[in-house]
Design a protein around this ligand. Structure first.
Ligand code: ADP
Ligand code: MG
Length: 432
């Protein structure tokens, strides 16, 4: 991946070379194309990962593409929490725009405002500002935000920590409704999500693999359930909750197809995406899901990773991933305007060790619920099912195994049926 491949113009590529960057950082590679497409973007990546260039480069590209305006109204506003950060971002804007015909300025408090006002009077395309001084100068009539096309909230988490929420809201009212919004943050808390949804329209969410940060802010729940009752439970949850947009994860392609069929039989529009589907089928499924004609999208981890899905109210793990980090990726897709996002996991006995691994990674235990009629099987083995593993030879399984699906008490016939089902499942357990 190169900066050129991301679609940036030659004057920017020249500035990037001068700066000595060879390849885009992961968050840059993810964010830049979406910003160039004119989309609202919610980006989170740890500090020091190059977020500044992630928004500055495409922002400059977009501004330079459109003819410059005669009086140079402020067309892009970048808000940062502190003057140090404002100065730093401004320095970057200056460097990256060296070969473009764009003007920029920075304003922050604690220094004489006169030179700042004089600079703005001459006309600037890009203004970097801290909220306090910005509102101050606006109040004095020294600047107008009525022509802002692109609004960037940088270091949004620190903004909130520093109590700038009110100021941000005030600034928003001063800009035209129709504009592109970008929100960049090192962490991704519940409050950031709330803020994001008051600012962003249908945002593309981009993030680079986080450690265990910020997971604790997502509303998570585990349903302990017998393996054979998962399909019934998920259908109940989706229908009774009347959920309209649900992303469901399965561990295998086969599992995704099977679940999808069951959903459709139950009257829930659903589509599956995974590696075996053609690009056309995947695009169609995704489009249907985005426009609301498909309620449930069933995906495998690998298929879901490469696609841009806006934040969703509900993510359900039909099966837990055996790689704990995948769980963090999956549930990071939740959240939506007004409503809180929920990440639910259906967990059967054989997934117990996966659950433990996930809880260890995120550093907390997840709330557990059991739904009447969909109880877990108390006799099921907690031994994980591995690809190719045959349960019949599994010594970890209890000898008095009882099939929880059957109403009667355990007998050898049920037990055998249970085993043969497990055997079938073993053959689908290859990832994605
Ligand atoms: P963040 O906002 O994520 O904390 P910054 O935008 O401040 O990160 O960038 C951190 C450092 O990485 C800066 O010194 C910046 O110049 C450098 N940097 C940014 N992008 C690249 C890149 N593609 N290649 C090399 N260094 C980069
Ligand atoms: Mg930064």
């Amino acid at each position: 991946m190169s900066f050129k491949a991301l679609g940036l113009s030659e004057p920017l590529l020249k500035a990037i070379r001068k700066k000595g960057y060879e390849t885009p950082s992961p968050i840059q590679a993810k964010a830049i194309p979406s910003v160039l497409e004119g989309k609202d973007v919610l980006a989170s990546a740890q500090t020091g990962t190059g977020k500044t260039a992630g928004f500055t480069l495409p922002l400059l590209h977009l501004l330079s593409e459109n003819p410059k305006q005669k009086f140079r109204p402020i067309r892009a506003l970048i808000l940062t929490p502190t003057r140090e950060l404002a100065a730093q971002v401004f320095a970057n804007v200056k460097e990256y725009s060296e070969f473009l015909n764009l003007r920029s300025a920075v304003i922050f408090g604690g220094v004489n405002q006169k030179p700042q006002i004089a600079t703005i009077r001459k006309g600037v395309d890009v203004l970097v500002a801290t909220p306090g001084r910005l509102l101050d100068l606006q109040n004095q009539g020294a600047l107008s935000l009525k022509r802002v096309e692109i609004f960037v909230l940088d270091e949004a988490d620190r903004m909130l920590d520093m109590g700038f929420l009110r100021d941000i809201e005030r600034v928003m009212k001063l800009m035209p409704d129709k504009r592109q919004n970008l929100l960049f943050s090192a962490t991704f808390s519940k409050d950031i999500k709330k803020l994001a949804y008051s600012i962003l329209n249908n945002p593309v969410q981009v993030e680079t693999a986080r450690q265990n940060t910020a997971v604790e802010v997502i509303d998570q729940k585990v349903y302990r359930v017998a393996k054979g009752k998962k399909t019934g439970l998920i259908i109940k949850l989706i229908s009774e909750g009347n959920w309209k947009q649900v992303l469901v994860f399965t561990r295998t392609k086969h599992g995704a197809n099977k679940l999808c069929k069951k959903m459709i039989s139950a009257g829930i529009t659903a589509a599956a995406i995974h590696g075996n589907k053609s690009q056309g089928a995947r695009t169609k499924a995704l489009a249907g899901f985005k426009n609301g004609s498909v309620r449930v999208l069933v995906a495998t981890d690998i298929a879901a990773r490469g696609i841009d899905i806006p934040l969703l109210p509900h993510v359900i793990n039909f099966e837990l991933p055996n790689i704990s980090e995948d769980y963090v990726h999956r549930i990071g897709r939740t959240g939506r305007a007004g409503a809180e996002g929920q990440a639910l996991s259906l967990v059967s006995a054989d997934e117990t060790s996966y659950l433990k691994g996930i809880e260890k990674l995120i550093g907390e235990s997840i709330e557990v619920e059991i739904v009447e009629g969909f109880e877990p099987d108390p006799n099921a083995s907690t031994e994980p099912i591995k690809p190719g593993q045959n349960r019949n030879q599994n010594k970890g399984r209890r000898t008095n195994s009882r099939n929880s699906n059957s109403k009667g008490s355990g007998n050898s016939r049920n037990s055998n049926r249970n085993k043969s089902r497990n055997r079938n499942r073993n053959t689908d357990s290859k990832r994605n």
